[in-house]
Design a protein around this ligand. Structure first.
Ligand code: 1GP
Length: 248
């Protein structure tokens, strides 16, 4: 299968663009998703991620993917667990939660998911997922060991390991609704020292923060909560990301 979504992302990055992904939680969809998605696409969002909650049913994931596909943008499953998988998406972030202490999130979920992903024909984007802070839902569920925020060298060791394992993406996660985004030193050091595509998400609530993160080296910014809380602000964040161009 041709890796269409990977090519779509890499082509944009190759042209010096920064990308924005909108995260939609199928369990928390309210109002007119079709209209919201249209507005976000008009503002410039490049793709939709679906997933992220404890209570997503495969049916909800499918219905959400179907609506989002109408926008013409790629729909990528960002699985909290295998219940988020749906054949109606284009791709899946095939993730290793690298700083988890639980073998399930290191290899168990991936093995359970692989035959289903194969059957669905989903493209896989091999991703190292790193959850930075301990005080978030994803940290609790994923049994993570938080990272020291003043020691970017520790994060770099994870990033180098990810690259040596052949993964292509790294997702630096503060946690949905986190009070703070990840430290700027994180995307900076990974961008400087590896060839990984850097995704950053969690707690990004202003255009200023988003801009700082792309300046520091993030290739892709993810926002979720802000779309539910303040759609206009979400659009401003998207515009801030999309108006940045490498070497400008
Ligand atoms: C969560 O990184 C995403 O997995 C998005 O976080 O909901 O805080 O935008 P927010």
């Amino acid at each position: 299968m041709k890796p269409k979504v990977h090519e779509y992302i890499q082509e944009k990055i190759g042209k010096g663009e920064k990308l924005h992904f909108t995260l939609i939680d199928p369990d928390r969809v309210s109002g007119d998703l079709e209209k919201t998605a249209e507005h976000l696409v008009e503002a410039g969002t490049d793709a939709f991620l679906i997933g992220g909650s404890l209570a997503v049913t495969p049916e909800e994931a499918g219905e959400t993917a179907k609506i989002l596909r109408e926008t013409g943008k790629p729909v990528i499953v960002f699985p909290g667990n295998i219940n988020c998988l749906t054949p109606l998406a284009d791709a899946v972030l095939y993730m290793i939660l690298m700083n988890s202490n639980d073998p399930y999130y290191l290899i168990g979920a991936q093995v359970s998911a692989a035959p289903i992903i194969k059957k669905y024909g989903l493209e896989t984007l091999p991703t190292a997922y790193i959850v930075v802070y301990g005080d978030t839902a994803v940290a609790h569920v994923g049994r993570i060991q938080p990272l020291p925020t003043n020691k970017p060298g520790v994060l770099l060791a994870y990033a180098l390991a990810a690259e040596m394992l052949g993964l292509k993406y790294i997702y630096l996660e503060a946690g949905s609704g986190s009070k703070h985004p990840v430290p700027l030193t994180y995307p900076r050091i990974v961008k400087e020292k590896t060839g990984l595509t850097v995704i950053v998400g969690g707690g990004i609530r202003s255009p200023f923060i988003a801009r700082n993160l792309v300046e520091a080296g993030a290739d892709i910014i993810v926002t979720g909560t802000i779309v539910e809380e303040d759609p206009d602000r979400a659009k401003n964040i998207i515009r801030a990301v999309k108006s940045y161009h490498v070497n400008t």
